[in-house]
Write a protein that binds this ligand. Structure first.
Ligand code: GLU
Length: 429
Protein backbone atom coordinates (compact mmCIF):
# COMPACT_ATOMS: atom_id res chain seq x y z
CA UNK A 1 0.00 0.00 0.00
CA UNK A 2 1.41 3.38 -0.96
CA UNK A 3 1.87 5.57 2.10
CA UNK A 4 1.67 9.36 1.79
CA UNK A 5 5.37 9.50 2.77
CA UNK A 6 6.21 7.33 -0.30
CA UNK A 7 4.91 9.97 -2.66
CA UNK A 8 7.69 12.32 -3.73
CA UNK A 9 6.97 15.95 -2.78
CA UNK A 10 7.16 17.09 -6.41
CA UNK A 11 4.47 14.58 -7.31
CA UNK A 12 2.27 15.65 -4.39
CA UNK A 13 2.53 19.18 -5.78
CA UNK A 14 1.79 18.03 -9.34
CA UNK A 15 -1.21 16.10 -8.09
CA UNK A 16 -2.66 19.20 -6.44
CA UNK A 17 -3.13 20.57 -9.95
CA UNK A 18 -4.83 17.30 -10.90
CA UNK A 19 -7.09 16.75 -7.91
CA UNK A 20 -10.02 18.52 -9.53
CA UNK A 21 -9.63 16.35 -12.62
CA UNK A 22 -9.56 13.09 -10.66
CA UNK A 23 -12.74 14.22 -8.95
CA UNK A 24 -14.50 15.36 -12.12
CA UNK A 25 -13.63 12.15 -13.96
CA UNK A 26 -14.54 10.08 -10.92
CA UNK A 27 -11.41 8.08 -11.64
CA UNK A 28 -10.99 4.92 -9.61
CA UNK A 29 -8.65 5.55 -6.62
CA UNK A 30 -6.39 2.77 -7.97
CA UNK A 31 -5.42 5.02 -10.85
CA UNK A 32 -4.53 7.90 -8.58
CA UNK A 33 -2.48 5.54 -6.43
CA UNK A 34 -0.70 4.12 -9.47
CA UNK A 35 0.10 7.64 -10.65
CA UNK A 36 1.56 8.71 -7.35
CA UNK A 37 4.85 6.79 -7.34
CA UNK A 38 7.30 6.35 -10.19
CA UNK A 39 7.46 2.91 -11.80
CA UNK A 40 11.27 2.91 -11.79
CA UNK A 41 14.08 5.33 -10.93
CA UNK A 42 17.71 4.78 -11.80
CA UNK A 43 20.41 6.94 -10.30
CA UNK A 44 23.90 6.43 -11.66
CA UNK A 45 27.44 7.65 -11.35
CA UNK A 46 29.00 8.51 -14.70
CA UNK A 47 32.80 8.70 -14.50
CA UNK A 48 34.38 10.78 -17.26
CA UNK A 49 38.08 11.17 -18.01
CA UNK A 50 38.59 14.90 -18.59
CA UNK A 51 40.96 16.35 -21.19
CA UNK A 52 43.50 17.32 -18.50
CA UNK A 53 43.71 13.72 -17.29
CA UNK A 54 41.60 14.19 -14.15
CA UNK A 55 38.50 12.11 -13.42
CA UNK A 56 35.13 13.69 -12.84
CA UNK A 57 32.11 11.70 -11.69
CA UNK A 58 28.76 13.10 -12.86
CA UNK A 59 25.35 12.20 -11.45
CA UNK A 60 22.73 10.95 -13.89
CA UNK A 61 19.09 9.87 -13.63
CA UNK A 62 16.47 8.07 -15.67
CA UNK A 63 12.97 7.94 -14.24
CA UNK A 64 10.18 5.92 -15.87
CA UNK A 65 7.07 7.27 -14.28
CA UNK A 66 4.37 5.20 -15.90
CA UNK A 67 4.52 2.61 -18.67
CA UNK A 68 0.84 1.68 -18.93
CA UNK A 69 0.21 3.13 -22.39
CA UNK A 70 3.47 1.94 -23.91
CA UNK A 71 7.24 2.13 -23.50
CA UNK A 72 8.66 5.14 -21.67
CA UNK A 73 9.35 8.27 -23.70
CA UNK A 74 11.08 11.47 -22.74
CA UNK A 75 14.16 13.57 -23.18
CA UNK A 76 17.51 13.70 -21.41
CA UNK A 77 18.59 17.10 -20.11
CA UNK A 78 22.09 18.30 -19.29
CA UNK A 79 21.94 21.16 -16.79
CA UNK A 80 23.80 22.18 -13.61
CA UNK A 81 20.60 22.16 -11.54
CA UNK A 82 19.25 18.75 -12.63
CA UNK A 83 18.24 16.59 -9.67
CA UNK A 84 16.20 13.49 -9.00
CA UNK A 85 13.04 15.37 -8.05
CA UNK A 86 13.10 17.51 -11.17
CA UNK A 87 13.59 14.48 -13.41
CA UNK A 88 10.78 12.67 -11.56
CA UNK A 89 8.34 15.56 -12.00
CA UNK A 90 9.26 15.90 -15.67
CA UNK A 91 8.77 12.15 -16.22
CA UNK A 92 5.31 12.43 -14.70
CA UNK A 93 4.43 15.30 -17.06
CA UNK A 94 5.74 13.25 -20.01
CA UNK A 95 3.23 10.49 -19.14
CA UNK A 96 0.44 13.05 -19.18
CA UNK A 97 1.76 14.79 -22.31
CA UNK A 98 2.04 11.61 -24.40
CA UNK A 99 -1.52 10.71 -23.41
CA UNK A 100 -2.85 14.22 -24.21
CA UNK A 101 -1.81 13.76 -27.85
CA UNK A 102 -2.61 10.03 -27.81
CA UNK A 103 0.87 8.66 -28.49
CA UNK A 104 1.31 4.98 -27.54
CA UNK A 105 3.86 5.80 -24.85
CA UNK A 106 4.26 6.06 -21.13
CA UNK A 107 6.29 8.85 -19.58
CA UNK A 108 9.99 8.99 -18.70
CA UNK A 109 12.77 11.54 -18.38
CA UNK A 110 16.50 11.59 -17.91
CA UNK A 111 19.12 14.07 -16.84
CA UNK A 112 22.73 14.68 -15.93
CA UNK A 113 23.88 17.33 -13.47
CA UNK A 114 26.46 19.14 -15.58
CA UNK A 115 27.13 22.53 -17.09
CA UNK A 116 27.73 21.43 -20.68
CA UNK A 117 29.22 24.85 -21.56
CA UNK A 118 32.18 23.96 -19.35
CA UNK A 119 32.98 20.74 -21.25
CA UNK A 120 35.08 20.34 -24.39
CA UNK A 121 33.47 18.52 -27.29
CA UNK A 122 35.34 15.30 -26.50
CA UNK A 123 34.39 15.49 -22.82
CA UNK A 124 30.76 15.98 -23.86
CA UNK A 125 30.99 12.92 -26.09
CA UNK A 126 32.50 10.81 -23.28
CA UNK A 127 29.76 11.94 -20.91
CA UNK A 128 26.98 11.17 -23.43
CA UNK A 129 28.37 7.71 -24.11
CA UNK A 130 28.82 7.18 -20.36
CA UNK A 131 25.17 8.04 -19.76
CA UNK A 132 24.11 5.43 -22.28
CA UNK A 133 26.37 2.78 -20.73
CA UNK A 134 24.91 3.55 -17.30
CA UNK A 135 21.29 3.30 -18.49
CA UNK A 136 21.44 0.67 -21.25
CA UNK A 137 19.87 -2.02 -19.03
CA UNK A 138 16.66 -0.05 -18.54
CA UNK A 139 16.15 1.40 -22.00
CA UNK A 140 15.31 -0.11 -25.37
CA UNK A 141 12.95 0.38 -28.33
CA UNK A 142 10.16 -1.49 -26.51
CA UNK A 143 11.09 -0.41 -22.98
CA UNK A 144 12.01 3.26 -22.79
CA UNK A 145 13.09 5.55 -25.63
CA UNK A 146 15.04 8.69 -24.69
CA UNK A 147 15.16 11.81 -26.84
CA UNK A 148 16.58 15.33 -26.68
CA UNK A 149 15.73 17.94 -24.05
CA UNK A 150 17.41 21.03 -22.61
CA UNK A 151 21.06 21.31 -23.82
CA UNK A 152 21.02 17.96 -25.62
CA UNK A 153 20.92 17.94 -29.40
CA UNK A 154 21.10 15.60 -32.36
CA UNK A 155 24.85 15.15 -32.05
CA UNK A 156 24.45 13.91 -28.47
CA UNK A 157 21.56 11.62 -29.48
CA UNK A 158 23.79 10.28 -32.26
CA UNK A 159 26.65 9.45 -29.86
CA UNK A 160 24.22 7.72 -27.49
CA UNK A 161 22.67 5.71 -30.31
CA UNK A 162 26.11 4.65 -31.52
CA UNK A 163 27.10 3.63 -27.98
CA UNK A 164 23.96 1.50 -27.59
CA UNK A 165 24.63 -0.24 -30.91
CA UNK A 166 28.19 -0.95 -29.78
CA UNK A 167 26.97 -2.40 -26.47
CA UNK A 168 24.39 -4.73 -27.97
CA UNK A 169 26.38 -5.42 -31.15
CA UNK A 170 23.37 -4.72 -33.34
CA UNK A 171 21.83 -1.73 -35.12
CA UNK A 172 18.83 -0.56 -33.09
CA UNK A 173 18.11 3.06 -34.15
CA UNK A 174 14.66 3.02 -32.51
CA UNK A 175 16.30 3.09 -29.06
CA UNK A 176 16.61 6.87 -29.11
CA UNK A 177 15.06 9.72 -31.11
CA UNK A 178 16.27 13.12 -32.23
CA UNK A 179 19.29 11.58 -34.02
CA UNK A 180 20.97 13.17 -37.03
CA UNK A 181 19.13 12.32 -40.27
CA UNK A 182 22.29 10.49 -41.42
CA UNK A 183 21.86 8.06 -38.47
CA UNK A 184 18.16 7.39 -38.90
CA UNK A 185 16.82 10.65 -37.46
CA UNK A 186 13.55 12.06 -38.75
CA UNK A 187 13.36 15.03 -41.03
CA UNK A 188 11.73 17.92 -39.19
CA UNK A 189 12.68 16.80 -35.64
CA UNK A 190 14.92 19.81 -34.89
CA UNK A 191 12.22 22.36 -35.67
CA UNK A 192 9.31 20.23 -34.40
CA UNK A 193 8.77 21.71 -30.92
CA UNK A 194 8.67 25.29 -32.19
CA UNK A 195 6.66 24.42 -35.31
CA UNK A 196 4.17 22.43 -33.25
CA UNK A 197 3.71 25.29 -30.76
CA UNK A 198 2.96 27.67 -33.64
CA UNK A 199 0.38 25.19 -34.99
CA UNK A 200 -1.36 24.94 -31.61
CA UNK A 201 -1.41 28.74 -31.39
CA UNK A 202 -2.84 29.01 -34.90
CA UNK A 203 -5.67 26.57 -34.07
CA UNK A 204 -6.48 28.48 -30.86
CA UNK A 205 -6.45 31.78 -32.82
CA UNK A 206 -8.91 30.36 -35.37
CA UNK A 207 -11.11 29.12 -32.54
CA UNK A 208 -11.18 32.64 -31.11
CA UNK A 209 -12.09 34.10 -34.55
CA UNK A 210 -8.96 36.22 -34.57
CA UNK A 211 -6.44 36.90 -37.31
CA UNK A 212 -2.70 36.27 -36.71
CA UNK A 213 -1.93 39.60 -38.44
CA UNK A 214 -3.70 41.44 -35.60
CA UNK A 215 -1.70 39.69 -32.87
CA UNK A 216 1.78 40.39 -31.59
CA UNK A 217 4.03 38.05 -29.65
CA UNK A 218 6.85 38.37 -27.12
CA UNK A 219 9.04 35.28 -26.71
CA UNK A 220 11.02 34.50 -23.59
CA UNK A 221 13.95 32.32 -24.70
CA UNK A 222 15.36 32.20 -28.20
CA UNK A 223 17.00 28.77 -28.02
CA UNK A 224 16.02 25.96 -30.39
CA UNK A 225 12.29 25.83 -29.55
CA UNK A 226 11.91 29.62 -29.25
CA UNK A 227 13.65 30.29 -32.55
CA UNK A 228 11.72 27.74 -34.62
CA UNK A 229 8.52 28.93 -32.98
CA UNK A 230 9.34 32.55 -33.91
CA UNK A 231 10.05 31.54 -37.52
CA UNK A 232 6.85 29.51 -37.84
CA UNK A 233 4.72 32.17 -36.11
CA UNK A 234 6.00 34.81 -38.52
CA UNK A 235 5.26 32.54 -41.49
CA UNK A 236 1.70 32.13 -40.19
CA UNK A 237 1.28 35.92 -40.05
CA UNK A 238 1.84 36.73 -36.35
CA UNK A 239 4.02 39.71 -35.49
CA UNK A 240 7.04 38.85 -33.30
CA UNK A 241 7.91 42.05 -31.42
CA UNK A 242 10.21 40.90 -28.62
CA UNK A 243 12.61 38.08 -27.81
CA UNK A 244 14.95 37.38 -24.92
CA UNK A 245 17.71 35.12 -23.69
CA UNK A 246 19.51 34.99 -20.34
CA UNK A 247 21.55 38.12 -21.28
CA UNK A 248 18.50 40.35 -21.89
CA UNK A 249 15.72 41.14 -24.37
CA UNK A 250 15.09 43.21 -27.50
CA UNK A 251 11.84 44.86 -28.58
CA UNK A 252 10.59 46.54 -31.73
CA UNK A 253 6.92 47.45 -32.20
CA UNK A 254 7.40 46.97 -35.99
CA UNK A 255 8.53 43.36 -35.64
CA UNK A 256 11.95 41.72 -35.41
CA UNK A 257 14.12 39.94 -37.92
CA UNK A 258 14.33 36.68 -35.97
CA UNK A 259 16.75 35.00 -38.37
CA UNK A 260 19.28 37.80 -37.93
CA UNK A 261 18.82 37.63 -34.16
CA UNK A 262 19.33 33.86 -34.07
CA UNK A 263 22.43 34.19 -36.24
CA UNK A 264 23.83 36.81 -33.85
CA UNK A 265 23.08 34.53 -30.91
CA UNK A 266 24.73 31.57 -32.59
CA UNK A 267 27.89 33.60 -33.23
CA UNK A 268 28.13 35.46 -29.92
CA UNK A 269 26.27 32.91 -27.72
CA UNK A 270 24.08 35.75 -26.39
CA UNK A 271 21.66 38.44 -27.56
CA UNK A 272 23.65 41.30 -26.08
CA UNK A 273 24.70 43.77 -28.79
CA UNK A 274 22.12 42.55 -31.33
CA UNK A 275 20.74 45.25 -33.64
CA UNK A 276 18.35 43.21 -35.79
CA UNK A 277 15.24 45.05 -36.95
CA UNK A 278 12.81 45.23 -39.82
CA UNK A 279 12.59 49.02 -39.68
CA UNK A 280 11.84 51.31 -36.75
CA UNK A 281 13.71 51.27 -33.50
CA UNK A 282 14.88 48.28 -31.49
CA UNK A 283 15.08 48.84 -27.77
CA UNK A 284 16.69 46.71 -25.07
CA UNK A 285 14.65 45.37 -22.17
CA UNK A 286 15.30 43.30 -19.10
CA UNK A 287 13.79 39.83 -18.82
CA UNK A 288 11.19 40.99 -16.29
CA UNK A 289 10.20 43.88 -18.59
CA UNK A 290 9.66 41.40 -21.41
CA UNK A 291 7.38 39.28 -19.21
CA UNK A 292 5.28 42.38 -18.44
CA UNK A 293 5.00 43.68 -22.03
CA UNK A 294 1.61 44.77 -23.28
CA UNK A 295 1.40 42.18 -26.06
CA UNK A 296 -1.32 39.77 -27.17
CA UNK A 297 0.71 36.61 -26.65
CA UNK A 298 3.57 35.83 -24.30
CA UNK A 299 5.39 32.66 -25.36
CA UNK A 300 7.52 31.09 -22.62
CA UNK A 301 10.35 29.07 -24.15
CA UNK A 302 13.03 29.22 -21.45
CA UNK A 303 13.04 27.45 -18.09
CA UNK A 304 10.57 26.21 -15.46
CA UNK A 305 8.87 28.51 -12.94
CA UNK A 306 9.26 31.80 -14.82
CA UNK A 307 5.79 33.06 -13.90
CA UNK A 308 5.12 32.67 -10.20
CA UNK A 309 2.77 34.27 -7.68
CA UNK A 310 5.32 37.10 -7.38
CA UNK A 311 5.18 38.29 -10.99
CA UNK A 312 1.93 36.79 -12.36
CA UNK A 313 0.13 40.04 -11.51
CA UNK A 314 2.43 41.95 -13.89
CA UNK A 315 1.55 39.89 -16.96
CA UNK A 316 -0.40 42.00 -19.47
CA UNK A 317 -0.57 39.52 -22.37
CA UNK A 318 -3.99 38.02 -23.17
CA UNK A 319 -2.63 34.54 -23.84
CA UNK A 320 0.36 32.65 -22.45
CA UNK A 321 1.85 29.89 -24.57
CA UNK A 322 3.95 27.38 -22.60
CA UNK A 323 6.66 26.16 -24.99
CA UNK A 324 9.05 25.16 -22.16
CA UNK A 325 8.03 22.50 -19.64
CA UNK A 326 6.44 24.04 -16.54
CA UNK A 327 7.19 27.76 -17.12
CA UNK A 328 4.11 28.77 -15.09
CA UNK A 329 4.33 27.69 -11.45
CA UNK A 330 1.20 26.20 -9.87
CA UNK A 331 0.97 29.13 -7.43
CA UNK A 332 0.44 31.52 -10.38
CA UNK A 333 -2.56 29.63 -11.85
CA UNK A 334 -5.30 31.36 -9.86
CA UNK A 335 -3.83 34.87 -10.39
CA UNK A 336 -3.75 34.37 -14.17
CA UNK A 337 -7.24 32.90 -14.13
CA UNK A 338 -8.61 35.84 -12.14
CA UNK A 339 -7.03 38.23 -14.66
CA UNK A 340 -8.68 36.36 -17.56
CA UNK A 341 -5.34 35.34 -19.02
CA UNK A 342 -5.61 32.16 -21.06
CA UNK A 343 -2.76 29.68 -20.61
CA UNK A 344 -2.16 27.26 -23.48
CA UNK A 345 -0.44 24.54 -21.43
CA UNK A 346 2.91 22.82 -22.08
CA UNK A 347 1.35 19.35 -22.24
CA UNK A 348 -0.37 20.48 -25.44
CA UNK A 349 1.71 23.42 -26.71
CA UNK A 350 5.11 21.72 -26.79
CA UNK A 351 4.07 18.28 -28.05
CA UNK A 352 5.45 18.84 -31.57
CA UNK A 353 8.85 17.52 -30.39
CA UNK A 354 7.62 14.24 -28.97
CA UNK A 355 5.17 13.75 -31.84
CA UNK A 356 8.00 13.87 -34.40
CA UNK A 357 10.09 11.68 -32.07
CA UNK A 358 7.27 9.14 -32.31
CA UNK A 359 7.42 9.43 -36.12
CA UNK A 360 11.17 8.83 -35.95
CA UNK A 361 10.60 5.68 -33.90
CA UNK A 362 8.01 4.48 -36.45
CA UNK A 363 10.41 5.15 -39.32
CA UNK A 364 13.25 3.32 -37.54
CA UNK A 365 11.08 0.29 -36.87
CA UNK A 366 9.79 0.05 -40.43
CA UNK A 367 13.05 1.24 -42.08
CA UNK A 368 10.84 3.40 -44.29
CA UNK A 369 11.87 7.05 -44.22
CA UNK A 370 9.49 9.95 -44.79
CA UNK A 371 9.90 13.22 -46.67
CA UNK A 372 9.76 16.57 -44.82
CA UNK A 373 6.32 17.11 -46.33
CA UNK A 374 5.04 13.79 -44.95
CA UNK A 375 6.38 14.65 -41.48
CA UNK A 376 4.82 18.13 -41.52
CA UNK A 377 1.49 16.85 -42.79
CA UNK A 378 1.23 14.08 -40.21
CA UNK A 379 2.34 16.33 -37.37
CA UNK A 380 -0.29 18.89 -38.33
CA UNK A 381 -2.93 16.19 -38.41
CA UNK A 382 -2.11 14.97 -34.88
CA UNK A 383 -1.85 18.49 -33.47
CA UNK A 384 -5.09 19.65 -35.08
CA UNK A 385 -7.12 16.64 -33.94
CA UNK A 386 -5.80 16.63 -30.38
CA UNK A 387 -5.88 20.43 -29.90
CA UNK A 388 -9.44 20.66 -31.16
CA UNK A 389 -10.51 17.84 -28.84
CA UNK A 390 -8.89 19.65 -25.93
CA UNK A 391 -10.47 23.02 -26.79
CA UNK A 392 -13.89 21.37 -27.18
CA UNK A 393 -13.50 19.59 -23.84
CA UNK A 394 -12.63 22.90 -22.17
CA UNK A 395 -15.79 24.42 -23.61
CA UNK A 396 -18.00 21.46 -22.72
CA UNK A 397 -16.70 21.02 -19.17
CA UNK A 398 -16.21 24.76 -18.55
CA UNK A 399 -12.56 24.22 -17.71
CA UNK A 400 -9.43 26.25 -18.31
CA UNK A 401 -7.23 24.81 -21.07
CA UNK A 402 -4.70 23.28 -18.66
CA UNK A 403 -7.38 21.36 -16.78
CA UNK A 404 -8.98 20.26 -20.06
CA UNK A 405 -5.64 18.93 -21.34
CA UNK A 406 -5.06 17.06 -18.06
CA UNK A 407 -8.55 15.61 -18.29
CA UNK A 408 -7.87 14.40 -21.84
CA UNK A 409 -4.59 12.75 -20.74
CA UNK A 410 -5.70 11.28 -17.40
CA UNK A 411 -8.83 9.82 -18.96
CA UNK A 412 -6.73 7.92 -21.50
CA UNK A 413 -4.24 6.67 -18.89
CA UNK A 414 -7.10 5.56 -16.64
CA UNK A 415 -8.74 3.69 -19.53
CA UNK A 416 -5.50 1.80 -20.26
CA UNK A 417 -5.05 0.93 -16.60
CA UNK A 418 -8.61 -0.33 -16.50
CA UNK A 419 -8.15 -2.36 -19.67
CA UNK A 420 -5.01 -4.03 -18.33
CA UNK A 421 -6.44 -4.95 -14.96
CA UNK A 422 -9.58 -6.08 -13.28
CA UNK A 423 -10.55 -2.99 -11.34
CA UNK A 424 -13.61 -2.36 -13.51
CA UNK A 425 -14.99 -5.81 -12.54
CA UNK A 426 -15.13 -4.69 -8.94
CA UNK A 427 -16.68 -1.30 -9.67
CA UNK A 428 -20.26 -2.52 -9.96
CA UNK A 429 -20.13 -5.04 -7.16
N1 GLU B 1 12.09 16.78 -24.48
C1 GLU B 1 10.87 16.80 -25.22
C2 GLU B 1 9.69 17.03 -24.32
O1 GLU B 1 9.81 17.47 -23.19
C3 GLU B 1 10.64 15.58 -26.09
C4 GLU B 1 11.42 14.38 -25.77
C5 GLU B 1 11.35 13.28 -26.81
O2 GLU B 1 11.33 13.58 -27.98
O3 GLU B 1 11.35 12.15 -26.38
O4 GLU B 1 8.58 16.86 -24.74
Amino acid sequence: MVQPSDIPKVIQEAQQRLDLIFERLSVCPDTKQRLSVPHRMVEAAIPVRMDDGSLQVFRGWRVQFDLTRGPGKGGIRFHPSVNRDEVTALSFWMAIKCAVVDLPYGGAKGGVRVDPKKLSLLELERLSRGYMRAMADVIGPEVDIPGPDMNTDERIMGWMSDEYDTLIRQRRPAVITGKPVAMGGSRGRTSATGEGAAQVLQIWTEQQNQQPEDLNIAIQGIGNAGYYFARAAKRLGFNVVAVSDSSGAVYSADGLDVDAIYEHKRKHRELKGVSAKKGGEVSSLSNSELLALDVDILALAALENQITQDNAGNVRAKWLLEIANGPVAADADSILLDNDIVVIPDVLANTGGVIVSYFEWLQNRSADYWTSEQVTERMQEVIRTQSQQCFELAEKEQLDLRSAAYMQGIRRIAESMDARGTQSDFKNK
